[in-house]
Design a protein around this ligand. Structure first.
Ligand SMILES: Cc1cc2nc3c(=O)[nH]c(=O)nc-3n(C[C@H](O)[C@H](O)[C@H](O)COP(=O)(O)OP(=O)(O)OC[C@H]3O[C@@H](n4cnc5c(N)ncnc54)[C@H](O)[C@@H]3O)c2cc1C
Length: 280
């Protein structure tokens, strides 16, 4: 790395050039990117523009981050500062927003951002032992594609609505989601769930690919661009393995892990798809 450049990551971690960086990691938005020509018809990412978003409330009660993540526009009054960073290496790990970055460097992505909801459910059963039994089960995936596991005194239950239209949307349907999608499946699953109550819930975005598996590795045609995103509903579980393998690839120029199968090139040949059948 040249002394006048800094390696930065186009990621949720963003970039911040001072020691208080970890106070406000999510307030640094990659708002622009530039590529330049390289030998052998390749390109490199030359620089990214970082916009620091004003506000210090980690709960983001003013909603500026939420608004930016659904509209991709930083309102002028939300700008704290701007910085242009030269890039030695860039990793696109923007989750459901990775296609936005890809598009800016000219790559057509297969990933679709798709809303997924989950909620806490209070189980009202006279026999406390029956509820305790749930704790020995770990996470349950029901044949109806409902999934749940104990969470404190309640259970956490989710269901991925199959015909949910793609889009950048965090609205949670609340009680209606529980009544229509969660409760009937719980009640069908076990009589323990006949009486239960919606406590609260939330929604987030899955980054969904055609085979429902993630995308990781070097981006073809670029000399300094890697990616690791689109892990649908399994990104937390896969994060350690993916990060370790990608770090090895970046450091050594190759990887000994099976991460190579996650390269985006597979989408041009359906026989190379890594189809995940479980719809959760
Ligand atoms: C309801 C729900 C339940 C889930 N349950 C599970 C589970 O049980 N187990 C499991 O393994 N996974 C689960 N997942 C999936 C898991 O959350 C994701 O796969 C994982 O978070 C993906 O991680 P990521 O780092 O790739 O992307 P993300 O966690 O989405 O991180 C991307 C980050 O990029 C930021 N960003 C976007 N655009 C920009 C930009 N231009 N500049 C800077 N930053 C930007 C975003 O703010 C975000 O913080 C669930 C997801 C949802 C929605």
């Amino acid at each position: 790395m040249g002394s006048s450049t800094r390696t930065r990551f186009a990621s949720g971690s963003g970039a911040k050039p001072n020691p208080s960086a970890f106070d406000s990691l999510n307030r640094h938005y990659v708002s622009g990117v530039s590529t330049s020509r390289q030998p052998q018809s390749k390109r490199r990412v030359s620089w990214v523009d970082i916009t620091e978003i004003a506000g210090r409330d980690p709960l983001d009660q003013e909603g500026s981050i939420r608004s930016i993540l659904t509209t991709h526009v930083v309102p002028p009054d939300a700008v704290e500062s701007r910085e242009r960073i030269e890039c030695d290496l860039v990793v696109n790990c923007l989750g459901a927003w990775s296609p936005v970055f890809s598009a800016k460097v000219g790559i057509s992505d297969v990933t679709e951002p798709t809303r997924r909801q989950i909620c806490m459910v209070s189980v009202q059963h006279e026999d406390a032992n029956r509820i305790q039994e749930l704790h020995s089960l770990g996470m349950v995936v029901d044949p109806s594609d409902l999934y749940f596991h104990p969470e404190g005194n309640d259970i956490l239950a989710g269901y991925s609505i199959p015909d949910e239209a793609p889009g950048f949307d965090f609205d949670y349907d609340g009680e209606a989601f529980f009544r229509e999608h969660i409760w009937p499946r719980l009640a069908e699953c076990s009589s323990v769930f006949e009486r239960c109550k919606h406590v609260r819930g939330w929604s987030g975005l899955y980054a969904v690919t055609p085979d429902r598996s993630g995308i990781a590795g070097p981006v073809a045609g670029f000399t300094n661009l890697f990616e690791a995103h689109s892990f649908t509903g399994r990104g937390v579980m896969q994060s350690y393995g993916i990060a370790t393998a990608l770090a090895e690839w970046i450091d050594r120029g190759s990887t000994s892990s099976s991460i190579a199968m996650l390269n985006r090139d597979r989408f041009s040949d359906p026989s190379k798809w890594l189809v995940e059948d479980l719809h959760i």
